[in-house]
Design a protein around this ligand. Structure first.
Ligand SMILES: NC(=O)C1=CN([C@@H]2O[C@H](COP(=O)(O)OP(=O)(O)OC[C@H]3O[C@@H](n4cnc5c(N)ncnc54)[C@H](O)[C@@H]3O)[C@@H](O)[C@H]2O)C=CC1
Ligand SMILES: O=C1[C@@H](O)[C@H](O)[C@@H](O)[C@H](O)[C@H]1O
Length: 337
């Protein structure tokens, strides 16, 4: 394909708008030909910044617009199933923001729909797999120098949660990233989850169980813990340390600028994901565009999206009922091997 890939972006909120900018100004080989948002003013405002971009309120109409070859879904998680189903019906390749869907049952329906469709069409937006720090950690683990991973300690802190955030979303929306990172780094499925709830921070909105401490067990017996704290107040911090048989490796301490002045020493800290993971999003969308132009689907699959949703479902059950909950995972079909 020599002409740029025409992309319909569904959902022009924070991520959708950032992806439109990225496609138009940062990456190569693609352009945004249509956008859709249930908020018409938002769709029109974003489309107005892009030559030849149509604005819609209906995602299906955007997918049917002239010049659309592929779809980037950046609407909220509960809207993803409908958008992906519509894209599959038109045989359009999709990059869908995480989470694939907010629960395992709907994610499994999509896995089954893609198999019935007959070929892989969907990449899920677990962008940490494209982050330079995460890819260097993965590459180091793959050399085998450190030996087998025994434990993975992860911290995920947001400055403040959105007004619509629920206690369940700390797991299904935020820890979903660590679930995928754990599966990807260890190459192992997660078999059980235990969620512990310390006394909530006084800075968390009333009723929000924030922070939480999540412990995951993998099939080969490794343990992965995650501190999720979405109202930490001070910055956006994502850290991971693997403890292996012959050593440890840690990412997420990077501070671009370290200053010493007036009795202080230290670095600055990102305030949100668009800053911390800017390079990861750029690489992710470029890789998706390149693969799509080659007629391929690479990156995290719908199976990865479903497996993450199944682990998150177990986590939400543990949050409600307490104790250790086993993950209920369907058998992985050959289609996703
Ligand atoms: N990979 C990452 O690090 C991040 C991923 N996300 C994911 O990106 C997605 C979008 O999140 P944000 O941009 O933060 O949300 P947002 O709330 O800023 O934007 C969502 C937009 O979708 C629109 N919308 C709602 N229902 C729709 C529908 N059925 N069809 C079309 N548009 C619809 C809303 O009007 C809004 O403009 C979510 O899946 C979220 O989990 C969000 C933040 C970071
Ligand atoms: O995906 C994201 C948000 O949706 C989520 O709510 C945040 O907790 C994460 O840090 C961010 O990367």
């Amino acid at each position: 394909m020599t002409t740029p890939l025409g992309i319909a972006v569904i959902g022009t909120g924070r991520m959708g708008t950032d992806h439109v900018r990225r496609i138009q100004e940062v990456i190569s080989g693609a352009r945004v030909t249509a956008v859709a948002d249930v908020d018409e003013a938002r769709a029109k405002a974003v489309a107005a910044r892009v030559d030849g971009c149509a604005a819609h309120t209906d995602p299906v109409a955007a997918m049917a617009s002239a010049g659309v070859d592929a779809v980037l879904v950046a609407s909220p998680g509960p809207a993803h199933e409908e958008a992906i189903t519509a894209a599959l019906a038109r045989d359009l390749p999709v990059l869908c923001e995480k989470p694939l869907t907010p629960d395992a049952a709907s994610a499994l329906r999509l896995v089954e729909a893609e198999q019935a469709h007959g070929r892989r069409r969907v990449q899920v937006g677990f962008m940490r797999r494209y982050d330079p720090e995460y890819t260097s950690l993965k590459a180091l683990l793959e050399t085998g120098q450190l030996g087998r991973p025994l434990m993975l300690h992860q911290r995920h802190r947001n400055v403040a949660s959105a007004s619509f955030f629920t206690s369940e979303m700390l797991i299904s929306d935020s820890v979903a990233h660590e679930v995928d990172a754990t599966r990807w780094l260890t190459g192992d499925e997660i078999t059980a989850v235990t969620v512990l709830r310390p006394t909530p921070s006084a800075n968390a909105p009333e009723g929000l169980a924030d922070p939480q401490f999540v412990v995951m067990e993998t099939a080969s017996g490794a343990l992965a813990d995650v501190e999720i704290f979405v109202n930490c107040g001070f910055g956006y911090q994502v850290q991971a340390e693997t403890v292996c048989e012959r050593g440890t490796a840690r990412i997420g301490d990077g501070h671009a600028l370290v200053t010493a002045m007036a009795g202080r020493w230290g670095g600055s800290i990102a305030q949100d994901w668009t800053e911390r993971f800017a390079t990861a999003y750029d690489r992710e969308v470029q890789a998706w565009v390149d693969a799509t132009r080659r007629g391929e689907v690479t990156g995290p699959s719908m199976w990865d999206g479903y497996a993450a949703a199944a682990v998150c479902d177990a986590g939400v059950r543990s949050l409600h009922e307490g104790g250790r909950v086993e993950v209920e995972l369907a058998e992985r079909p050959d289609f996703y091997r």
